[in-house]
Design a protein around this ligand. Structure first.
Ligand SMILES: Nc1ncnc2c1ncn2[C@@H]1O[C@H](COP(=O)(O)OP(=O)(O)O)[C@@H](O)[C@H]1O
Ligand SMILES: N[C@@H](CCC(=O)OP(=O)(O)O)C(=O)O
Length: 369
C-alpha cells in the first residue's frame, strides 16, 4: 500500500524574513518535490501556513498583527492568494490540488472527524494533493488549533500517515535555540522512550512571523509519534531533503514513532477530542486502568477539576500528578463531585437515579504511554 506523507511548512520558510515577501524559489522547489513524490506513488498532504503572512504582504502591513479580528481578516486576504500561488505552480506540473480549511471543531465531533478522514482518503485516491490550513477566519479562541504544527500532527493522525515532515527555518532541533545560544548542540534522533523526558530549552514564541517556535513542534512530534507517525524536523529552504530522508539519509531531527494504535476510535479519543477537565485517581484505579485495561469506577477517584458534562473528554491523572489516560465520561463534573470515592452500588442512593456502573468504560479509555 502507498505510504502517506504529511508535510508542514511554516511562515518562516515561505517568506523572506527581512522583507516579508514570498520565498518563491523555496515554494517552487517544494512544489516540484511534492509532485515528484506523488509521481513516485506516495500520498501527499501539504499543511501550509502563510495566510496571515501573505495577507500582511498584500496589505502592506509589516508586523504580525496581535488583534484576533485583524488577524482573521488578514488571513482571509492571504489564504486566497496563497492557494492561488500553489495552484499556479502545481498546475504547471499537471498536479491537481485541493484546499481544505479546518477548525478544531471538525476534529471534536466524531461524525465530522470521520467525514474529514473519508474526504482526505477520496482526494488521495484521486491523486490530488490536499493543501490544508486552519480556517483562521472563523476559528474562535476556544476552538483553535492555534498553530499549524499541532494541526499537521492531528491531520497525520487522522489520515493514519507514515511520515510527518515539519519544515522550518532551522536545520534541526538543538539543545537550546541556536539563534540565542550558538553553542547549542544538535539533536539528530529522539528515540521512542526519550520524547516524554526531552530536556531542551525551546525559548518562547519563534520568529516574527512564525507562531509557535520549537515548543509547538515538540508537541506536534508527541501527537504524531503517539499515533505511530515518524516525525522529522528539517530545513524548509531545502525541500529536496524530504527525498533524501525517505531514501534513508540522516538529515534534520528524526523522532521515532510509538507502536501504531490500531483502533481508529481510540486515536480519535486521544487526538481528536478536546479535554474538558481532569480526574485525579488513587493508586488502585491508576493500576487498574494502566496495567489491567479496566474501566474507571467512582471508588478510585480522589478529585475532579473543571466543569464538564457526560460524554465530554477528560484527562486522568495518577497520584503523582502525571497524566496517564484520556476518556469519555458517563457522568458530569457535578455528579462526580458527589460520587467520587464512593462504591458504584451507592450511586443510586446518592444521585437518586440509576446511572452507568462505570465512570469511564474501558472502550472509551485510552492509556497514554
Ligand atoms: N531548541 C531549539 N532548537 C531549534 N530551534 C529553536 C529552539 N528553540 C527555539 N527555536 C526557534 O524556533 C524557530 C522556528 O519556529 P517558528 O518561527 O515558529 O517557525 P515556523 O514558521 O517554521 O513554524 C527557529 O527559528 C528557532 O529560532
Ligand atoms: N494559520 C496560520 C498559521 C499559523 C502558524 O502556525 O504559523 P507557523 O508557525 O508559521 O507555522 C496562517 O496561515 O497564517
Amino acid at each position: 500500500m502507498s505510504q502517506t506523507i504529511v508535510i508542514k511548512i511554516g511562515t518562516s520558510s515561505l517568506t523572506i524574513p527581512e522583507t516579508g515577501s514570498l520565498a518563491l524559489s523555496t515554494i517552487a522547489t517544494l512544489v516540484e518535490t511534492l509532485t515528484n513524490l506523488r509521481q513516485k506513488g506516495y500520498n501527499i498532504i501539504l499543511v501550509s501556513s502563510g495566510a496571515v503572512g501573505v495577507g500582511c504582504g498584500r496589505l502592506g502591513i509589516s508586523k504580525r498583527p496581535q488583534n484576533l479580528n485583524q488577524k482573521q481578516a488578514i488571513a482571509a486576504v492571504g489564504q486566497g492568494r496563497l492557494i492561488r500561488i500553489y495552484d499556479d505552480l502545481f498546475n504547471n506540473l499537471g498536479q491537481p490540488i485541493a484546499q481544505i480549511l479546518l477548525t478544531r471543531h471538525d476534529f471534536k465531533e466524531r461524525s465530522s472527524y470521520v467525514n474529514a478522514s473519508n474526504t482526505f482518503r477520496a482526494l488521495l485516491d484521486l491523486g490530488v494533493i490536499p493543501v490544508v490550513n486552519e480556517n483562521d477566519t472563523v476559528a474562535t479562541d476556544e476552538l483553535k488549533f492555534g498553530d499549524n504544527d499541532t494541526l499537521s500532527a492531528l491531520v497525520a493522525s487522522l489520515v493514519d500517515a507514515d511520515w510527518l515532515f515539519l519544515l522550518t527555518d532551522v536545520d534541526k532541533l538543538y539543545s537550546a535555540d541556536p539563534r540565542l545560544v550558538p553553542s547549542a548542540t544538535p539533536i539528530d534522533l529522539v528515540a521512542r522512550h526519550e520524547l516524554s523526558n526531552l530536556d531542551i530549552d525551546v525559548g518562547d514564541s519563534g520568529t516574527n512571523w512564525g507562531t509557535g517556535g520549537m515548543v509547538t513542534k515538540i508537541t506536534a512530534a508527541r501527537i504524531a509519534t503517539g499515533a505511530g507517525v515518524t516525525t522529522v524536523i528539517t530545513n524548509g529552504k531545502n525541500p529536496t531533503n524530504i527525498l533524501d530522508i525517505l531514501a534513508g539519509r540522516a538529515i534534520g531531527t528524526r523522532f521515532e514513532p510509538q507502536p501504531r494504535p490500531e483502533n481508529a476510535r481510540k486515536r480519535w479519543i486521544i487526538n481528536g477530542l478536546v479535554s474538558k477537565g481532569k480526574i485525579y485517581l488513587d493508586n488502585g484505579a491508576t493500576k487498574a486502568i494502566c496495567e489491567q485495561g479496566k474501566s474507571l469506577l467512582s471508588a478510585g477517584i480522589l478529585a475532579i477539576e473543571g466543569d464538564f458534562n457526560s460524554a465530554d473528554a477528560v484527562d486522568l491523572y495518577a497520584p503523582d500528578n502525571l497524566p496517564v489516560a484520556r476518556g469519555i465520561v458517563n457522568y458530569s463534573s457535578n455528579e462526580l463531585q458527589l460520587i467520587k470515592g464512593k462504591k458504584s452500588q451507592k450511586i443510586y442512593e446518592i444521585l437518586g437515579y440509576e446511572g452507568a456502573q462505570t465512570v469511564i468504560h474501558r472502550d472509551n479509555l485510552v492509556v497514554i504511554d
